[in-house]
Design a protein around this ligand. Structure first.
Ligand code: PXP
Length: 247
């Protein structure tokens, strides 16, 4: 499907959340990713968290092997996870801040406060042929630092806009627009993500210079509802077809 040049990266973490809730082998994030690919998504994103609460190392390996579209690995810039990324070679890595107790990634990276560490991480990943993106709030000093330490892409954190209403939302959207212009002026590719859904996508699309939108929770949540009728019918059909006796 054509979408005015914007690309969609679907984050399938929460397919794995559903699987991990029961310790089953289903639903399989790879199966979901293949459906996203068939539906026209331009890429798949997964976040390999240090606590492995949803996506597992084996998921990343299987996605890497099977996908034709781009694989973007979200991750913290820790030595252990960087080593995994270099071994798995996703097309892209998005470095994010990570706290064990958070429900989801809460804010952008403080690039200014950890220039040396992030510069080393970016260089190691880039040397392995991986495009490196930094997940940042739309603040000039963070964007300047991202460009200065060698990142080629930034993903603007859209959470504050997506969670806001009324004049606060308008203010947050203006910040994103200004941030996107500034990042573009620094020569950075501009992606965006977090909290994007069908209700706020029209505002998001007013942000200039956007390349890729990474969207996860709302698409997985919507898929549960859109697919519910078919899933119930499938089970009823299986029940109607049962002709055996008692076991
Ligand atoms: N981009 C980044 C960097 C994220 O950390 C997340 C959440 O994992 C997303 C995009 C997707 O956010 P959501 O699930 O709210 O669409």
């Amino acid at each position: 499907m054509k979408c005015r040049g914007f690309k969609l990266g679907v984050n399938v973490d929460h397919v794995a959340t559903l699987r991990q809730a029961r310790g089953t082998v289903y639903p399989d994030p790879l199966e979901a990713a293949r459906l996203c690919e068939k539906a026209g998504a331009h890429g798949i994103t997964v976040h390999l968290r240090e606590d492995r609460r949803h996506i597992q190392d084996a998921d990343v390996a299987r996605l890497r092997k099977a996908l034709k579209i781009r694989l973007n690995l979200e991750m913290a810039a820790t030595p252990a996870i960087i080593a995994i990324a270099i071994r798995m070679r996703p097309d892209e890595v998005c470095l994010v801040p990570e706290k064990r107790r958070e429900l989801t990634t809460e804010g952008g990276l403080n690039v200014c406060g950890q220039r040396a560490t992030l510069r080393r991480a970016v260089a190691r990943l880039a040397d392995a042929g991986i495009v490196v993106s930094l997940f940042v709030d739309p603040e000039r000093r963070q964007l300047e630092a991202a460009a200065a330490i060698g990142a080629s892409v930034v993903e603007l954190h859209t959470g504050a806009y997506c969670d806001a209403t009324g004049s606060r939302a308008q203010r947050e959207l203006r910040r994103l627009i200004a941030g996107a212009c500034y990042a573009h002026g620094l020569g950075l590719q501009v992606n965006a993500g977090h909290g994007i859904n069908l209700a706020n996508i029209s505002g998001i699309l007013r942000i200039p210079w956007l390349d890729t939108l990474n969207i996860g929770h709302s698409i997985v949540a919507r898929a549960v509802l859109i697919g519910m009728r078919a899933a119930v019918r499938e089970m009823l059909k299986a029940m109607a077809g049962y002709r055996g006796g008692l076991v």
